[in-house]
Design a protein around this ligand. Sequence first.
Ligand code: GLN
Ligand code: ZN
Length: 758
Amino acid sequence: MVKSSIVGYPVIGENREWKRALEAFWAEIISEEELLRTTKDIRLANLKKQQDAGVDRIAVGDFTLYDRVLDTSTMFGIIPSRYHWKGGQVSISTYFSMARGNDDAVASEMTKWFNTNYHYIVPEYEGQRFQLTENKPLTAYREAKKELGIEGKPVLLGPYTLLKLSKGYEEIDVPSIILQLIPLYQKVLQELQDEGVQWVQIDEPILCTSISSDEMKTVTEIYLQLTKNINSLNVLVQTYFDSVEHYEATLALPVAGIGLDFVHGGVKNLENLKKYSFPDDKVLAAGIVDGRNIWRSDLNVKLSLLGKIQQHVESGNVWIQPSSSLLHVPVTIQSEQKLDSTIKNALSFADEKIKELNVLKAALQQGKESVASDFKQNEAALTAFNQLPARKREEVRQASSGSTLSDSKRNLPFAERKLKQQEKFQLPVLPTTTIGSFPQTPEVRITRTKWRKGEITDQQYKDFVKAEIKEWIQIQEELGLDVLVHGEFERTDMVEYFGEKLDGFVFTEKAWVQSYGSRCVKPPIIYGDVVFTKPMTVEESVYAKSLTDHEVKGMLTGPVTILNWSFVRDDLTREEVTNQIALALRKEIESLEAAGIHMIQVDEPALREGLPLKQSEWNHYLDWAVNAFRVATASVEDTTQIHTHMCYCDFNHFIEAISALDADVISIETSRSHGDLVESFKEYHYDKGIGLGVYDIHSPRVPAVEEMTEIINKGLEVLEPSQFWINPDCGLKTRKREETVAALKHMVIATEQARERL
Ligand code: GLN
Ligand code: ZN
């Protein structure tokens, strides 16, 4: 019998109850006891929904108070010494200190979970002795059984993925780390077995990255050890986000089941399945419903895919499940009241995906006729959706397949543009600027909300934004900054703002997904061809420019970032969609230029996070991503200066792509890189303009002039003064006005002193 299974479920609740509970606890509004009670209610409600929906293998232990990787680190006592943990049970305050920092110790680093927008807390290895502090999967299993009678499938992060996601160790430490981890994992599994648990899911998404054959041997060795004394407990090794790199070796792991993703990387996984088949004695947990995107499945397509899969697997050994944890999609489409019904009908969030699994299960077990009406509804919904005129616009298709895409080269090479731009702008050496946004005070937010609710008129809102711009232009002039910005007061979010003005996007009311910690995002949905309809940023930039003799940078979000921070239609390639966005932005940039804006910053903080899991696919991605940026920016005059901005990321292997963007100036967030960034530029002779954030904006503390001087000097060790720009890190919108002004004052002083030393 085919079984249905869930890899993981969103923690946040239909109305982000989880977020509210956490934040109330941090604000000391509710006690620890109350936090635990509330989150238990949420957890059980989540499980109950899956139980009511008839899921056969419900994941337990996927719930978290912050992040699942952090849960694993604390479970194994991988806790840095700066938190002064003494061993034994990890308190909630230690747990949250690692996630968020405390007065004495900075938080652990946070980074993206593979190529998703979910962030995890990076485990830090310091040579500490690991210990099992709590068998969390067992606790979760017992709770689900006791409270709801669920025979759950505990999930835990696998040892090899845990290791590879950690930092602070050298290659040489690997064997000893593994030797430490194995007995702890063994103990976890042994206790689950003693409890009578049937299945445990061990996540090893790292098997979908480009790991070497030697590494795969290590993985095999680890699993031989882990399962040595395991017989009645069935271990399922779960992979996702791509095809497994070593198919045969993965399938030969000494475990009872393997989970494969047949959506992302599905083609390759299916190819391998056909070529090498599947062991008779194992369960294949087949990820067939997209766990990362919000589109309703085409049930006919899925059913035929399942048919192909079943040909290679012993009958009864197939589970059907989402391609990954559902934490990457919102909870339920039911919460949406305002969406166009044709579009709404084409969407499927976590709860709807579970229903899709049920229909597919029924079709496999009792024949398609048994669920004929579901299939009919499904077909009708998708047909209606695909017939929407916005889905396919001839003019967009023509433009994005035409010659404009090869028109991605500036008229002159950088070295020549640079001279012309120097002459035009006459900037001092080490020009100062900021990254775009200025503080969004409560007043800014309240006024926007009033406007959205119709409590104030469009004109009143516009006047308010203008007043903010005016005030900040004056502040920037008084501070003595060289290149000014308008401050982005009209934007809540750098992607939403553009999505609302371009055609082809829709927005939801409650379709939140967890991004990091309690922070949730509500990504726009790109459902149709993307069209530029009217200038989006010209009015504010032109107004700002009218108030000053300084240059004012126009400010927009780049095509790749708009793509990577949205839910994207899946009937076109990501490349095609990005090109459509790029062509629309090109019109915006041309409009800005025509309106007299001669410096234009196109932010691409999310460029790197779209990198595929497999290194062999990086070049292809970077080629089209870089080309899209260039398509957007290439048509301007030689004297128009294109800026870009990126938040911190590991820039090694990546500098060439940055350079290929051919932006005249790039600013990079620096403080979170702990100085590694400058090192990367040493190796590569980067010739274009570059600004390294000279102070961390993430804290209300105003850094001293000397601290900024230190970073400036470090930068000048590897970069020419003539290419070096001075700016803070990004995100000033989150700061208060006084802090911002005070810190920028110090930045200007540090710059003036640095100029004198040159
Ligand atoms: N221009 C944006 C700002 O200053 C950039 C935001 C970002 O780096 N993510 O807020
Ligand atoms: Zn940034």
